[in-house]
Design a binder for this molecule. Structure first.
Ligand code: FAD
Length: 472
C-alpha cells in the first residue's frame, strides 16, 4: 500500500476487503446496455480491451464519416494550433450565419448536443437508449480580462438554473449530473485575488456559508467593491445549490492554477452546506499538477473535519500548455508533472485512494473517473472488482466527453457500469471557445483518438463490404 494511501487511511482505518477476482468467460461484447443485476458474464477487467468496432454500430454512416473527418483534421498540428484564429477569420469572411451553417454539420455536431431544447432532447434520448447518462454543461468560458459586470453573471446564473431544470425534469434524465464553472458566476479577477490572499491567510468555511445564507459578511483583504461582488457571486452559487440538491449532482470544473484555490474554497463551502447527506456538489482534481495528490488528501481531511460527503471528479487536466507557458514567463517552477507517465501515476494513485475509501464508505465518498485513458479505466475496473465495489452502485462512475472515445463509453455501459458523457449545448457562437479547446485537447489525447479513428475506419469498411456483398 502506498504511503499516501496509508496517511489517508489514518482517517478511515479499516482493513481492506479484497475479494479474489472472479473467473469469468471472455465474450465478444454485443452493444446493448445491460443493468448490473442482469449481467451474467461480465468481461474481466484484463479483457476489457475496447477493441471492438461494433461499439460504433449505433452510428449512422454519416456520423462515422464525420467523426473520421473531424479526428483527421485534429491530427494536423498547424490546423489545431491556429484553429482559434482560423475560425475567427472564417467567421469574419463568411459572416456569422453562413459560418454557423458551415460549422454546424461538422465540428459542432461532433462535440455539441444542439441549441434548442428539442435538439438537445433528441440527442439525449439517443444517448439514453445506449445506456449512457448525460452530464449537461453550459459552455461558458471566462478568463482574465473578459469579465463584464453583474448583469452578465446574472444571465449566466439564469442559463445555469435552466441547465439544472433541464437535467432533472426530462424523461431521459436518470441520476443526472451537470458541470458548473464558478468563473461564470464570480469574476476570474476576484478568484485570482482570493487565490493570492489564500497564500497568506486562512478563510473559514463558515464565513462563506454565512454569506451564502444572505449575511453581509466582510471578507478580510477584499476592497468594498470586491466584497460586494463576492457576496453576489456566493448568493448566485447558493441558488444553484438550492435548486440542484436532491435532484442533480453538480460537478464544479477545475480551471487554472492561478484561480483554482479560490474555486476549491468556494466549492468546499458549497459541499459543507449541501453535502450533509449525500454528495450533491463535487470538486475536480487535475492530476497533471504535481500538487494534485496533496489536494485530494486535503479534501478528504476537510470532509472528515467538517462532516460532509465528498464527490471527486478526477481528470488529468486540460490547460497544460498554458500553465507551462505562464510558469515559464513568470520564471517559476512548472506546476505540471514533467511527463505524461508521471501524470498517469498521479492519476492512478489518487484513483486508488478514492476507491479504497469508497469501498469502506460508499455513501460518503463518490468519484467520477473522468478520462479517455483506457489503462486508467481498466485499473479502475480492476480495483472495483478487487474491492467489491458494485458496477452500478452509484459511488463510482465513468465520464467521457461527447464525441470522444465512444468505444470506451459504450463498452463500459454495456458491461453494466454507470457512464456519463459531458454534453455541452448552445449556439455555434457560444460554443466556439469550447470547440477550439476540444480540438486542441484532441492533440494531447493522442492514443485514445488514434485508436478511435482505427475502429471507426474498421466499422466503415465493414459496412461498405456488407453493402457490396448485398448488392452483388
Ligand atoms: C467528464 C470530463 C470532465 C472534465 N472536466 C475537466 C475540468 O473540470 N478541468 C480540466 O482541466 N479538465 C477537464 N477535463 C479534461 C481532462 O482534464 C483531460 O484534458 C482530457 O480528459 C484528456 O485526458 P485523458 O485522461 O482523457 O487522456 P490521456 O490521453 O491519457 O491524457 C492526456 C492528458 O495527459 C496530460 N499530459 C499529456 N502530456 C503530458 C506531459 N508531457 N506531461 C504531463 N502531463 C501530460 C494532459 O493533462 C493531457 O490532457 C474533463 C474531461 C472529462 C472527460
Amino acid at each position: 500500500m502506498s504511503s499516501v494511501l496509508r496517511s489517508c487511511m489514518l482517517y478511515h482505518i479499516q482493513s481492506l476487503r479484497i475479494i479474489g477476482a472472479r473467473t469469468l468467460t471472455s465474450e465478444r461484447v454485443g452493444f446493448v446496455p445491460i443493468k448490473n443485476h442482469e449481467l451474467k458474464d461480465p468481461v474481466p477487467p484484463a479483457l476489457l480491451t475496447f477493441n471492438d468496432p461494433r461499439a460504433f454500430q449505433s452510428k449512422s454512416m454519416w456520423e462515422l464519416i464525420r467523426a473520421l473527418g473531424v479526428f483527421r483534421l485534429c491530427s494536423y498540428p498547424v490546423l489545431v494550433n491556429n484553429c482559434g484564429k482560423l475560425m475567427s477569420f472564417t467567421r469574419a469572411l463568411l459572416g456569422r450565419r453562413v459560418f454557423a451553417m458551415v460549422v454546424r454539420p461538422f465540428v459542432y455536431a461532433q462535440f455539441v448536443a444542439g441549441e434548442t431544447e428539442n435538439e438537445i432532447s433528441a440527442s439525449m434520448e439517443k444517448m439514453n437508449s445506449l445506456g449512457l447518462h448525460p452530464m449537461l454543461a453550459v459552455p461558458i468560458e471566462e478568463d482574465l480580462g473578459e469579465s463584464s459586470g453583474e448583469k452578465r453573471y446574472d444571465d449566466n446564473l439564469a442559463a445555469m438554473l435552466e441547465c439544472v431544470h433541464m437535467s432533472h425534469s426530462k424523461a431521459w434524465s436518470k441520476d443526472p449530473m451537470m458541470q458548473l464553472k464558478i468563473t461564470a458566476l464570480v469574476s476570474p479577477e476576484l478568484c485570482v485575488k482570493l487565490t493570492s490572499l489564500l497564500k497568506k491567510q486562512h478563510y473559514d468555511l463558515n464565513l462563506l456559508l454565512r454569506a451564502m445564507d444572505g449575511e453581509t459578511v466582510t471578507f478580510p483583504g477584499l476592497s468594498e467593491t470586491e466584497n460586494t461582488h463576492f457576496l453576489l457571486g456566493l448568493s448566485r452559487l447558493n441558488q444553484i445549490g438550492e435548486a440542484s440538491v436532491k435532484k442533480v449532482r453538480v460537478l464544479v470544473d477545475a480551471e487554472y492554477t492561478y484561480m483554482n484555490p479560490a474555486l476549491s474554497l468556494i466549492t468546499m463551502a458549497m459541499m459543507k452546506k449541501f453535502n450533509q447527506e449525500s454528495a450533491w456538489i463535487w470538486n475536480t482534481y487535475q492530476c497533471y499538477l504535481e500538487e494534485s495528490r496533496e489536494l485530494v488528501l486535503d479534501a478528504i481531511r476537510l470532509s472528515v473535519d467538517h462532516s460532509f460527503c465528498l464527490g471527486v471528479k478526477l481528470v488529468r487536466g486540460a490547460y497544460m500548455d498554458k500553465e507551462r507557458k505562464l510558469a515559464n514567463k513568470e520564471g517559476r517552477a512548472d506546476p505540471v508533472h514533467q511527463s505524461w507517465e508521471n501524470t498517469n501515476d498521479s492519476y492512478n494513485g489518487s484513483l486508488e485512494v478514492m476507491l479504497n475509501l469508497i469501498s469502506q464508505q460508499p455513501d460518503r465518498y463518490k468519484i467520477i473517473v473522468a478520462t479517455h485513458n483506457e489503462e486508467s479505466v481498466r485499473k479502475a475496473v480492476t480495483w472495483m472488482t478487487e474491492l467489491g465495489i458494485a458496477r452500478d452502485g452509484g459511488s463510482v462512475c465513468f465520464g467521457q466527453l461527447l464525441g470522444m472515445c465512444d468505444h470506451v463509453s459504450l463498452t463500459l455501459a454495456q458491461q453494466g457500469f454507470s457512464v456519463y458523457k459531458s454534453v455541452p449545448y448552445g449556439s455555434v457562437d457560444d460554443t466556439l471557445p469550447y470547440l477550439v479547446r476540444r480540438a486542441q485537447e484532441n492533440r494531447t489525447v493522442l492514443l485514445g483518438i488514434r485508436k478511435e479513428r482505427d475502429l471507426l475506419r474498421q466499422e466503415l469498411q465493414r459496412r461498405i463490404r456488407e453493402k457490396i456483398t448485398k448488392a452483388s
